[in-house]
Write a protein that binds this ligand. Structure first.
Ligand code: S3P
Length: 447
């Protein structure tokens, strides 16, 4: 794990992408498997864990909180947890790196333990809003002392007498929902989170698998009320992490854009609350199939088969945003190649991701010769049905998905594209360049 120096990368036009590629494990499931293993009793085994920097920071944090976390040589991870309420005060500051999920979920976990934990992170994480979690967790009686604007570094003074709350999320956020449920694990009584738009449900599914009582009620408007009965006895489990659909999105879209391509991505998570990009790509006319859809340790997975072909512009409804929130940068790249206009609605949350992604995507695409507008929270990309010019250098600003999206754009654009910091990709997709080059991409070190 390192604060690697920026490593500029260049992506040149590829002739075609061919073959099978195993995408790394799901980031959301990986973080959670370590956290739940740390508070379960007995042994948890995790296969397919994403060994990206974000998740490795969570592994370190679980060790610092007293769990035993072992990595075996074959890449399997083993945890021996402390049991509910059994985490111990960390001896040092927890540096969560670039990881919003790691920071916010662990803040929830420690909020209902009677000790203090100080969190920090890289410049990106230190600029991200934390009030969305500290506000509900304060209602549960934890205290928070952070920088102005509720930003990290921040000390969480956890409580030994947490209060159960019922809380309606003001923003559609699986991180906030999960932070509250994780604080609820060591809270007597029942914690309820109401979400008006359904967000990824890995916390609910996995906690149920570890032995918690989680009730999910579907609301008339498509939202959910999720209740967790506090102080369950969680038992260690075997977790098989699916390939990350958010990471698979990059080779998937690359295969659609580069002429002559045919790519298979095995065992990718296709949980409907994560699959909005794939639904949208199909609406755009993509040659994309989910082959051999199956259940793998409680999560739906399939082999994704993608072939190059023409795409057309579509209107993406705001209601779909939670199921593809991390995929808009790469969808915007696909939209730049499509024939006609793509309107992506309701993207306000993109402004508070690892960077202001709405601004970063718009600026990067414009620099690559793409015509677009931002109207309120909507991004409108005017594709011509032909490859964009490319030829720009993109500022990554510590955002892995911006880096990967523009490297994909460069795979079929007229001129090569440079990203100024390829090291950022290590947070979620270690080995990205090698995997893409193995399929036929031409990514290399830029001068
Ligand atoms: C995540 C939730 C999403 C997503 C992030 C992972 C999770 O964030 O962007 O990459 O694992 O719960 P928000 O909850 O902020 O939407």
């Amino acid at each position: 794990m390192s604060n690697a120096l920026p490593r500029p990368l260049i992506s040149r036009r590829a002739s075609s992408l061919q073959g099978h590629a195993k995408v790394p494990g799901d980031k959301s499931v990986s973080h959670r498997s370590l956290m739940f293993g740390a508070v379960a009793l007995g042994k948890t085994t995790v296969t397919g864990l994403l060994e990206g920097e974000d998740v490795l920071r969570t592994a370190e944090a679980m060790r610092a909180l007293g769990a035993e976390v072992i990595r075996h040589e074959d890449g399997t991870w083993e945890l021996h947890g402390r049991g509910i309420g059994g985490l111990a005060e960390p001896a040092d500051v927890l540096d969560m790196g670039n990881a919003g999920t790691g920071a916010r979920l662990v803040m929830g976990l420690v909020a209902s333990h009677p000790f203090s934990t100080t969190f920090t992170g890289d410049a990106s994480l230190r600029s991200r809003p934390m009030r969305r979690v500290t506000e509900p967790l304060s209602r549960m009686a934890a205290s928070f002392f952070g920088r102005s604007g509720g930003r990290l570094p921040m000390t969480v003074v956890g409580t030994g007498d947490p209060l159960p709350i019922a809380y309606e999320l003001p923003v559609a956020s699986a991180q906030v929902k999960s932070a509250i449920l994780l604080a609820g694990l060591n809270t007597p009584g029942t914690v309820t989170v109401i979400e008006q738009a359904s967000t990824r449900d890995h916390t609910e599914r996995m906690l149920t698998g570890f032995g918690a009582q989680v009730k999910v009620e579907l609301l008339a408007n498509g939202g959910r009320a999720v209740s967790l009965k506090g102080q369950p006895e969680l038992k260690g489990q075997t977790v098989i992490v699916p390939a990350d659909p958010s990471s698979a999105a990059f080779p998937a879209v690359a295969a659609l854009l580069v002429p002559g391509s045919e790519v298979v991505l095995p065992a990718v998570g296709i949980n409907p609350l994560r699959a909005g990009l794939y639904e949208t790509l199909k609406e755009m006319g993509a040659d994309l199939t989910f082959r051999d859809a199956r259940d793998q340790a409680g999560e739906a997975v399939a082999d994704l088969v993608l072939r190059h072909g023409p795409l057309k512009g579509v209107d993406v409804p705001a209601e779909r945003a939670p199921s593809m929130i991390d995929e808009y940068p790469i969808l915007a790249v696909a939209a730049a190649y499509a024939a006609g206009t793509t309107r992506m609605r309701g993207l306000g949350e993109l402004r508070v991701k690892e960077s202001d992604r709405l601004a970063a995507v718009a600026k990067g695409l414009q620099a690559c010769g793409v015509t677009l507008e931002i109207e309120g929270d909507d991004l409108i990309v005017h594709g011509t049905g032909k490859p964009p010019k490319g030829g720009a250098t993109i500022a990554v600003n510590l955002d892995h998905r911006i880096a990967m999206s523009f490297l994909v754009l460069g795979m079929a654009s007229e001129e090569a594209v440079v990203v100024d910091d390829g090291a950022a990709i290590e947070t979620s997709f270690p080995g990205f360049s090698d995997l893409m080059n193995g399929l036929g991409a031409k990514i290399g070190a830029a001068e």
